[in-house]
Design a protein around this ligand. Structure first.
Ligand code: NIG
Ligand code: FE
Length: 389
């Protein structure tokens, strides 16, 4: 068992829920790490001895970002679709089929390498936990394969067989829902923690409220936690369904009615609204008002949604900067939502905050304060702090 004391921290952001924006900022603090966990934190002058000392030279240290929504197991490229969208073609989910075809055609090792590259890209920008969804296989074998490969890199794996109805089932949607809720669910369950569904009446490819309910209740019966893609392309039933079923998270929340906001506020202890501003950026959609959600008492998280269609960015700092500039959050509120908030959406309390016993997932900024994450948008100031000698 070896220990490291991290010293010279300009600003320690603990995200322990105290102080301004819940950031629990400590000045002049040190952190002692033992076996990957926080063993002690407090004033540097009082820090206990450790085997090693790592001085970060006045930089800010915060919990590693928790990217609670990402689709990283895919092959192929949809840059042309993005370019067409910037020229005015709206997003309708139809491009998902392009990624499904490319993903099915890839070998296991190709997918493994693509996933590993994307996770490494995230780590290099300060993300220490990532949730990874399936959803570009859409056959029993291809969904199992995606989740098996994802499981090699994260415990936060999500079965998204109900991403779209694949082309071969277009004439018989009910048969596809039966597959997803039956044999496919049974085969993926050993590799998945969560089940998710793209519930979206504004896309012919996605799932209705009734179909989504069938997927979620079957997933729950199989022991999986619930997540929902909802209210992305227009007003819809996703938020209400997520709240009704006690989902851990409903993601996108781009188009919310007053009743949706009320339902999310009432469910704040259970269901988190995960906001994905990189998607609004990459689809030219309106940004939801995150500040209004906080005022209403809604629990919010921030994540990238990194995927080949609606947001091919793996950058949590980019998401934080967008949330501040476009969604009305303070720099501190955005940092909290990207750490403690997104940990909550994964029902985790060992990540997203720094406290004795929590995982010592530390991110360091080439800057004196967390404000610089949004102040210096686009500048690569965040990276994970590697403690191994
Ligand atoms: O979260 N909306 C559904 N799924 C993804 C996009 C997937 C894709 O276009 O490849 C999302 O936006
Ligand atoms: Fe998504």
């Amino acid at each position: 068992m070896s220990s490291t004391v991290v010293t010279g921290i300009g600003e320690l952001v603990t995200c322990d829920g105290t102080g301004a924006d819940g950031l629990g900022v400590q000045a002049g603090a040190a952190v002692v790490v033992e076996d990957g966990l926080v063993a002690w934190l407090g004033p540097q002058a009082a820090a206990p001895a450790a085997d090693r000392r790592l001085d970060v030279g006045g930089r800010a240290v915060l919990p590693g970002f928790v990217d609670s929504h990402a689709h990283l197991v895919f092959a192929g490229d949809r840059g042309d679709e993005f370019a067409a969208r910037m020229a005015g073609t709206p997003y309708d989910g139809g491009g998902i089929g392009v990624s499904v075809a490319a993903t099915r055609a890839a070998t296991d090792d190709e997918l493994r390498a693509l996933l590993a590259g994307r996770v490494a890209e995230m780590r290099a920008q300060g993300t220490t936990t990532v949730e990874v969804k399936s959803g570009y296989g859409l056959t029993v074998e291809d969904e199992v394969r995606a989740l098996r490969i994802a499981r090699e890199l994260t415990t936060e794996t999500t079965f998204l067989g109900a991403h779209v109805v694949p082309a071969e089932y277009a004439a018989d949607r009910a048969a596809y829902v039966d597959l997803v809720t039956g044999p496919m669910l049974e085969a993926v369950t050993p590799y998945a923690r969560w089940v998710d569904v793209f519930c979206e009446p504004h896309s012919a490819h996605a799932f209705t409220a009734d179909e989504a309910r069938a997927v979620l209740t079957a997933g729950r019966a199989a022991g999986l936690g619930l997540r929902v893609h909802g209210n992305q392309l227009g007003p819809g039933p996703g938020v209400q369904l997520a709240v009704e079923l006690g989902a851990a998270s409903v993601d996108h929340c781009t188009f919310l009615s007053a009743a949706d906001v009320d339902a999310l506020a009432d469910a704040a202890g259970t269901t988190v609204a995960t906001l994905l501003p990189g998607v609004e950026f990459s689809t030219r959609s309106p940004y939801p008002d995150a500040a209004a959600l906080l005022r209403a008492g809604v629990g919010i998280a921030l994540a990238t949604d990194c995927n080949p269609g609606t947001c091919y960015s793996s950058s949590m700092p980019f998401v934080i900067a967008l949330a501040v500039r476009e969604m009305g959050l303070t720099p501190g509120q955005a940092v909290y939502a990207a750490t403690a908030g997104s940990a909550r959406s994964l029902r985790r309390d060992d990540i997203g905050r720094l406290a004795v016993g929590a995982r010592a997932d530390l991110t360091v900024l080439d800057a004196p304060s967390h404000v610089h994450l949004s102040y210096r948008a686009g500048v690569p100031i965040a990276r994970t702090l590697e403690l191994e000698a």
